[in-house]
Structure formats: C-alpha cells, structure tokens
Design a protein around this ligand. Structure first.
Ligand code: ARG
Length: 468
C-alpha cells in the first residue's frame, strides 16, 4: 500500500505501509462502523472540551464541528467514502474531518487516544441501544398481559395442566402460566437498566492509559456527552469491559427466557399437546412434506440462546488474564455485543408477533387438565383439613391412585368408597374444580390470579416508565 488513502493514522513511525494481511486481520471497521453516530458525538464533545480549556481557538472548534456535521450527513446518507487506510470508524471520521477542514482537523485527536475514544463510543452506543431492547421486552410483556386478560379468571377462564418434570401436576390458569414468563422478563428489564448505571461513566480524557499533560477537563466532556460522571482511574476505564459483560449476561438471561418459551410453544403447537395453533404468518412449511406447519420462530428462539451464551462466554474468555491497560484484544468486545443485541431484538419481536397472533385451544387445555389424578393433592388436603397428618394423607391418596391405575376402578369410585374421603371428596375430582381451589396468594387459581393481573399491569407501567 503506498497511495495516500491507504495511510494509517500512525504511519509516522513506520518506514513502509502496512501489509494487506495486517489490515485485513486487525481492522475493526467492518463491524465498528455502526458506532459512527457515537464516534461523532464523542468528537464533538472532545473538540468543544479542547476549546473550553483553550487548546483550540473557537474558530478551530467551529471548523471541526462544521466538518463533523458534514461527516454526519455523509454517514446518514450513506455517501461517506471509506478509504483503504481506515482501520476503524474512529480513523475514518478523523481522516475525513481533516480532509474537509484541513489544519483544525489535524488537531482533533489532541489529548485523545483511540483507547479512550473507542470505549466512549461503545458506552454511548449501549446507552442508546440497550433501552431499545428493554422496550421490546416490555412489548412482549404487553402481549403476555393481553393474552392473560383474555384467558380470564372468571367462570369461563382457560386453564391447563401445570407440569413438574413435564408430567401433569396440578391445573393452573392460562393467565397464571403466561404471566410467569412476564415476571421473568420484568427482572430482565431491571437487570438491563441496572447494568446501564455502570455504563454511564465517560472515559474521555483518559487518553491511551494515563491521562494527559494538557489541561483536559473530563467532567466537562462527560457533561457534554450526557454521562452521569467521568472516570476515576484512567487505567481502569480504558481497560474495563465489565459493562459489556454485564449487558451480555443480562441478554443471555433474556435469550434463555425466550428459549424456554420457544420450547413450550414447540410442544404446545404439536399434535400431541394441541394447546395452540400458530397464525399462518408466524409458521413455516416444509419443502417436502405438504401437510407440515412448523414453529420455526420458537425453535430458533430456543437455539439462539446457545449462541448468545457463547457471546458472553467468548467475551469473558477474552478479558480473562489481560494485563492493564488497553490491549488490542479489547477490540473483540464489539462483535459479541452487537450480535447479542441484534439476535435478542429479533427474537423478541418475532415471539411477540407469534404469541399475539396464535389461537389457543381451550378445550384441549381443559381436557388435559381435567384428568382426575390432577386433583390428588386436593384429596390429600381434604384429609388434612379433617386432621390427618399430610404424610399419611399423601400415602392414602397415593394408594388409591395406584389401585385405580391397576384397574380396580375409576379413581372417583375408589374415593367414594374410602371411609375418610367419600362423596364430598369425590366432588373435588369434577372438571374445573381443582383449579378454582388454588386460592393462596400468588397461586394459580382465579382469586390470586385476578390480583396478580392487576399487580403485573402496575409493574409493567413502572418498567415502561423506567426505560422511557
Ligand atoms: N478499533 C480499536 C478498538 O476498537 C481502536 C483502538 C485501537 N487502539 C490502539 N492503540 N491500536 O479497540
């Protein structure tokens, strides 16, 4: 490389140009160009700060700001022409600013390193993008709440088997089941917002690693950029990627929650369960089997959790053992973060649409939940109310279930014939009875679920306000 446009920002110390292979391997432009807005914001704050402390004249500052505005419109209009020597978005913007405004542009990098610059841009990006992910989570929570309300808590409420070990256990209202996921997503929103607190630190002014001999004012640039505070330790802030790891962990949990919903919908939409039917717009067909209708969104939500956990694990492995302060390894912070944000965002939208448009099959759900053994715990609790210790009650009912399964008769008849149980207890086995008897707070029956729906709606408003 010898043409001028292939010059790097650091060519001064080098006799010749970089090898093509070096550029191909080390350049981050292909993935960090999406930081362009943040890099321009960072440069605006930096030149304003330099003028504020008298390192640049106001005229020089204004020339650079005007050039940055041009770069901004070129980037926004996708007319910006990248040069062969543009290693990353920071290099590209600075090169173009200098092309546009000449000498003042050459002062832009005064007192700044790409080490503080790139991480400042990344923090700004997180502050902008992470709340958008949170907003998509809230949108999915809204879908869950709407569908929970629709499933109801009244006489015609929809209920289905609740499972443990994927074996039918006790009936639960569909609203209860849907909101179980809703609460998990609430914790996800809180975790993302909590991580953003530690993102809200400006690294600008840390330089390459040790600050500057120039009278920089990191508090001023932090304020200009809208950060809550400047860094305390230059070595720490140029090498700290904890905030990326925290966001990736929070996103991994979102992905994991989505994958659990995904698995559930694969089951629910199978012929064996038959609890829900996907809208055609949210299902896929088979290229060979004409009858197929597949839940590919749900399957990919299940699969992609693995990839996003990989993004987190990869970053943690990259950071482990790095000496202070900046190392080029840290450039590897961006791709896993961008990937996780992109994938979680896509999954949230796709699953929201899938769940919002699906049709539940309440008769199938109720039929599965009304199998008489689902009231076994209620029978044991009937005995408990009459003074039988729970362990004995458990054994009595368990024996009845065993005898029924062995062909001695229907459970309901065996219950009627059992002296401690009888006709009153047998009524507990009728359809729709057991679910209505889940009355304790936070439980799966109509009364606690009605309260829960109201509480969830209130919490959802708060989550929404917190991300606004
Ligand atoms: N593209 C680099 C990154 O994202 C910029 C920092 C390069 N710094 C350096 N001293 N080579 O980390």
């Amino acid at each position: 490389m010898s043409q001028d446009d292939s010059k790097t920002l650091w060519h001064g110390r080098f006799a010749g140009g970089p090898a093509d292979e070096l550029m191909a391997y080390t350049a981050s432009l292909p993935f960090d160009r999406r930081l362009w807005r943040d890099d321009i914001a960072c440069s605006r704050a930096h030149v304003t700060g330099l003028a504020h402390v008298g390192i640049l004249t106001d005229a020089e500052r204004d020339a650079v700001l005007a050039a940055l505005a041009t770069v901004e419109s070129e980037m926004a209009g996708e007319t910006f022409v990248f040069a062969a020597g543009d290693e990353d978005i920071h290099t590209a913007v600075e090169r173009r600013v200098t092309e546009i405004c000449g000498a003042p542009g050459a002062k832009l990098h005064t007192g700044r390193s790409r080490n503080d610059q790139s991480v400042t841009g990344l923090r700004l990006w997180c502050k902008r993008e992470v709340p958008l992910v949170a907003a998509r989570i809230v949108a999915l929570q809204e879908v869950l709440l709407n569908r929970a309300r629709e499933a109801g808590v009244g006489d015609d409420a929809v209920y289905l088997p609740g499972y443990t070990h994927l074996q039918r256990a006790q009936p639960v209202l569909l609203a209860h089941h849907l909101l179980a996921h809703g609460w998990a997503f609430g914790r996800d929103v809180e975790r993302l917002l909590d991580a953003l607190e530690r993102v809200d630190v400006s690294p600008l002014g840390a330089g390459a690693l040790a600050g500057s001999s120039l009278p920089l004012d990191p508090s001023f640039t932090a304020r200009e950029l809208g950060f809550a505070r400047p860094f305390d330790n230059s070595l720490d802030v140029v090498s700290d990627r904890d905030f990326v790891a925290e966001i990736l962990f929070a996103l991994s949990l979102v992905a994991l929650h989505l994958s659990r919903i995904g698995e559930e919908w694969v089951l629910w939409t199978s012929e064996e369960f038959g609890f829900a039917v996907l809208d055609d717009a949210y299902a896929t067909g088979s290229s060979m089997l004409p009858q197929k209708k597949n839940a590919d969104i749900a399957e990919l939500a299940r699969a992609k959790a693995g990839r996003i956990i990989g993004d987190l694990a990869g970053l943690l492995a990259t950071l482990k053992g790095l000496p202070l302060a900046y190392n080029r390894d840290l450039q590897e912070d961006k791709e896993p973060l961008f990937d996780a944000v992109d994938q979680v965002s896509l999954a949230l939208s796709a699953l929201s649409g899938m769940i919002a448009s699906a049709r539940f099959l309440p008769d199938r759900m109720r039929a599965a939940a009304d199998s008489p053994t689902m009231a076994a715990t209620d029978l044991a609790e009937f005995l408990v109310r009459a003074g039988t210790p729970f362990r004995d009650a458990h054994a009595i009912v368990g024996a009845l279930v065993r005898r029924s399964l062995a062909g001695e008769g229907a459970l309901v008849d065996l219950v009627r014939g059992e002296s401690l149980l009888g006709d009153e207890a047998a009524e507990l086995l009728a359809g729709a009875v057991a679910v209505r008897r889940r009355t304790s707070p936070g439980g799966a029956g109509p009364r606690p679920v009605a309260t829960q729906i109201e509480n969830f709606a209130t919490a959802l408003l708060q989550w929404k306000q917190a991300i606004a």
